[in-house]
Design a protein around this ligand. Structure first.
Ligand SMILES: *Cc1c(COP(=O)(O)O)cnc(C)c1O
Length: 362
């Protein structure tokens, strides 16, 4: 690989597209004749206003975001949204959550601080290796929203079909699948994504929220920063935003547009994941841990027969230039995160390496 880089299979922060990094490098000392780096720039300047406006416009175009949705750039990562969602959207104080893995579990625990939470379906019985049937959930009439994590980064499960919310607002954490495929925004009341998985540097979330869900009657004790209205009314600049992350994300949006958009990205991601899954399905040493229908195209957990062998594989892959394949500490095993920016060659090379390892260690 160019620049002596490794294939980085990290779950996040994760790989960025190389042409984007090169552009950022080229603009580092003097952004487009402004005489300064974006890091040094006032967020109130005309130059930065254009950066954020273009980022929003490009994202709207990529996803086909309808006009009645706001796009907000908020700090605090995806984790702050676990609290902001209930703080802002629990009007009746009631919400339904689907428990499909580590990240929805965290969101549930946080939401319970703010109101009545119904866990209407769970896949805990088989260690979150599938998505439960959500075609006929028991949803109380006064539910404010139904919440899902659309791609469980740690357990590697993804929804093949959205839940039947019976007319209630759907809220989705798309952190680890954002912009990996086309998305029909109007199926949701709100979508949010921490950007360090599939888009840019850590420390920012992008929230896409239907305007009628933005309230001006929140409990006055809700911090101003935690009200969606604060961000919506101030163009995501009530206070100093994460200018650097907005700039880098904007570059990635332009890169995706140039590539041909989310349908093209989806096709690439499907081809890429197939290389890994075909290998896991044919291997005697390595096994995927998720039911086929719900396999993530982004995060692929897999195991050998023992923790010792898992550790041996992790060490061997790292030494060979395939980094961060150790599974999350809560589940063990291995995990290959192959977001948008991971080239297919990276997955092919990893599979070749694992095949060789299997042959030599059978
Ligand atoms: C990483 C991740 C989060 C947490 O993101 P932070 O930016 O670290 O707060 C939440 N949800 C999902 C699905 C994630 O993958």
């Amino acid at each position: 690989m160019k620049y002596n880089r490794v294939y980085n299979f990290s779950a996040g922060p994760a790989m960025m597209p190389e042409p984007v990094l090169e552009e950022i490098r080229d603009e580092m000392m003097n952004y487009q004749g402004s005489g300064m780096c974006v890091m040094e720039m006032s967020h109130r300047s005309k130059v930065f206003q254009q950066i954020i406006d273009e980022a929003e416009a490009d994202l709207r175009e990529l996803m086909g975001i309808p006009d009645n949705y706001k796009v907000l750039f908020i700090q605090g990562g995806a984790t702050l949204q676990f609290a902001m969602v209930p703080m802002n959207l629990m009007k009746n104080g009631v919400a339904c959550y689907v428990e499909t893995g580590a990240w929805s579990k965290k969101a549930i625990a946080e939401a319970k601080k703010y109101g009545e939470v119904h866990v209407v379906a769970s896949s805990k019985d088989r260690n979150y290796s599938y998505i439960p049937d959500c075609s006929d959930l028991d949803i109380p009439e006064n539910t404010d929203y139904v919440y899902i994590c659309e791609n469980e980064t740690i357990h590697g499960v993804t929804w093949s079909k959205l839940p039947n919310t019976k007319g209630h607002v759907l809220v989705s954490d798309q952190s680890s699948m954002f912009l990996s495929r086309p998305c029909n925004v109007s199926d949701y009341g709100m979508i949010y994504a921490g950007v360090q998985k599939n888009v840019g540097p850590a420390g920012m979330v992008i929230a896409i929220i239907r305007e009628d869900l933005i309230r001006d009657d929140l409990d006055p004790k809700v911090p101003l920063y935690c009200s969606y209205k604060t961000h919506a009314d101030n163009g995501s600049m009530y206070n100093t935003p994460n200018c650097w992350a907005i700039y880098c994300c904007g570059k990635v949006f332009k890169y995706l547009k140039k590539l041909g958009g989310l349908e093209v990205m989806d096709k690439i991601n499907q081809d890429k994941a197939k290389v890994m899954y075909d290998f896991l399905d044919s291997s005697k040493m390595f096994k995927g841990t998720v039911d086929k229908e719900f396999r993530s195209l982004m995060n692929i957990p897999f195991v050998t027969e023992s923790a010792e062998l898992d550790a041996k594989v992790v060490a061997a892959t790292k030494a060979a230039g395939y980094d961060n394949l150790k599974g999350h500490k809560s589940v063990g095993g291995l995990r290959a995160s192959i977001y948008n920016a991971m080239p297919k060659e990276g997955v092919e090379a990893l599979v070749e390496f694992l095949k060789k390892f299997e042959a030599e260690n059978a």
